[in-house]
Design a binder for this molecule. Structure first.
Ligand SMILES: [Fe+2]
Length: 308
């Protein structure tokens, strides 16, 4: 009888192999090159989806035309919207939620809702969700009612909605409101929590980088997409620098050391969209920081893949 020979399975490869399989590039979507396309099922809404192909998170820029309404719809994923410009309201669960620039609205999973723009200028907003994760699980659904039933302002199919609607005003994350300042040597940011809890997608956080400052060199075992509200600067991964300005989206690679830097005399303000809760629930969350690590030494870190 021959000796038992076990072929190594793909899963047996060291962690460093899998990390190297991820795209170690910072990826950038320029705001001025984003072309919004009309949604066939939502004639008043145009949208641009991020091109990053993340496994859990997605982000989009959407626009609701003046006097327009979205269709009544609900989607089986976590989602929030952050208003960039214009104002209007959303009807959900029998209530009207009025919003304007900087406000964040979270609609619970699978709750019927409709967005309305009663004004004469477009409403521009960020969509933030976990569509790729729910698609991967094979449970993603999106339903629309066309035409919506008369007077249907609540969700009668759900006696108990899967969460509450939350509306967080911009004042929650303005420098004047609830500001937490972190200073570590050359690095100073404030990072107010926008107060939107998610189970998979980490919700919103907003970071301000003061002029001439930079974030700590850090890495994390979670996906992250940032949206630049104000200012300009660059993000460093290994020896690579990607330059960004207001309106751009930046996607940093999983578990690679990176740092965000401001340029010019104005502070930078950016939205962080991460899936931090998911690795936290799985007990594998890693977030490491090296606040004072010199920029010129960052290329030396490129083979440093071991998180534990
Ligand atoms: Fe990061």
């Amino acid at each position: 009888m021959g000796a038992l020979h076990l072929e190594p399975r793909e899963d047996d490869r060291p962690l460093s192999y899998w990390v190297q399989q991820t795209n170690p590039k910072v990826r950038l979507a320029k705001g001025r090159e984003m072309r919004l396309q009309p949604e066939p099922w939502n004639p008043d809404v145009s949208v641009y989806w991020d091109p990053f192909g993340q496994r859990v998170l997605s982000m989009a820029i959407a626009e609701l035309k003046p006097g327009g309404k979205s269709t009544w719809h609900r989607q089986l994923n976590e989602s929030s919207m952050l208003i960039l410009s214009g104002s209007g309201y959303t009807i959900a669960n029998g209530q009207k939620y009025v919003w304007g620039p900087g406000d964040v609205l979270q609609i619970p999973i699978f709750m019927w809702h409709q967005h309305v723009n009663p004004g004469n200028v477009p409403v521009r907003y960020i969509r933030h969700g976990t569509v790729p994760f729910f698609k991967y699980m094979g449970i993603y659904r999106e339903e629309r009612l066309e035409p919506p039933p008369e007077g249907r302002h609540d969700d009668r199919r759900h006696e108990q909605p899967l969460g509450e609607v939350r509306l967080v005003p911009r004042s929650h994350w303005e420098p004047s409101g609830g500001e937490k300042v972190y200073t570590e040597g050359h690095h100073a940011t404030y990072a107010p929590d926008a107060g939107i809890p998610h189970h998979f997608g980490g919700g919103y956080g907003v970071t301000k980088l003061l002029p001439g400052r930079f974030s700590a060199l850090h890495r994390h075992w979670n996906e992250a997409i940032i949206y630049i509200f104000e200012g300009r600067g660059y993000t460093t991964v290994n020896e690579e620098r990607v330059y960004w300005e207001a309106g751009d989206m930046v996607c940093v690679p999983l578990l690679f050391w990176h740092r965000h830097n401001t340029l010019g005399d104005e502070p930078s303000l950016y939205l962080r969209h991460t899936n931090t809760p998911l690795p936290q629930h799985l007990g594998i969350f890693v977030h490491q920081r090296r606040p004072e690590f010199p920029e010129e030494n960052i290329p030396q870190l490129k083979d440093d893949f071991t998180p534990f």
